[in-house]
Design a protein around this ligand. Sequence first.
Ligand code: NAP
Length: 317
Amino acid sequence: MTENIYDTIIIGGGPGGLSAGIYAKRAAMNTTLIEKGVPGGQIVNSDEVENYLGYEHIGGAELSMKFSQHAQAYDLDIISQEVSEIIPGANVHTVKLANGDVFKACSIIMAMGGNPRKLAIPGEDTNYGKGVSYCAVCDGFFFRNKTVMVIGGGDTAAEEALYLAKLAKKVYMAHRRDALRAGMILQQRIFSECKIDMLWNTIPTEIKAGAEGVNSIALQDTVSGDKRELAVDGAFIFIGFVPNNQLVPAGIKMTSDGYVVTDAKCETNIPGIFAIGDLMEKYARQIITAAADGCTAALAAAHYVEAKKASDECQLE
Ligand code: NAP
């Protein structure tokens, strides 16, 4: 057989995928990583990271660049293409790309991450880019000395509200309950930031816009049902995360909210197919846990591939 079978193919180039790449190369695996965008992952859009071990403060873009450079130091092969399908095989798995290329691998590490969850209210999609945003670091600059509303009560909403408070005249933070989900340090910072005005028990029901873009948000009190409207220039939505599970092959076990179920080795119920980072079901979705998942999956994949090769099973079918 002349066709190349990779020992492992990693799909996704965030912290989890790049960490898996480094560990796979260190385990001498014939490895390729496929990423449709720029390697580095979602943190490229984070203003500042303060909880990655070894860095008290580091910009998200800088940290993601360091991850990519670290992987490059191991000559990790990175293909800039979109994967269109993953087809599990008895011994060898197939990865099809949108450009028609087809690759085979003994093991696959799925590291596709996820995307921001949408409110699904009128005016959200139509005003995206005209005042509706899912990234304060990307778009906050356009709202200097303006009034914006952050929607959500988790760590992301809190971090982005604090970032926007550095630029905007006023930041409303609308949360559907009367207590934030965000960690205590972030909560303390939110409550001591005079530019941030909390709107408790509040959900947006419509984002309204004129010729200049977003100009107000219709709100509803989740307890009393009362309705009102607030004039704002921008809506920044941070209400969680939806895993990118579209490529996950049928037959792989997922939770009801779409996260891939794995064992302690990050292996799915299909042998040789692993899932890591924000795609897998787990307790803490952090950069450091994604990187750790990458390590676990790559070491487990190396062990799996070695056993397959020893029994001559990693052959083209
Ligand atoms: P999250 O923790 O799931 O929080 C989502 C927030 O949006 C919650 O407050 C939730 O309200 C609210 N929400 C959800 N659906 C809503 C809807 N339809 N309408 C209105 N509000 C809605 O998401 P996240 O903040 O993006 O964080 C994701 C993960 O990344 C978390 O594990 C988080 O700890 C982690 N993270 C960590 C850091 C850090 O440590 N520096 C930074 C960012 C993210 P309820 O509270 O009522 O459910």
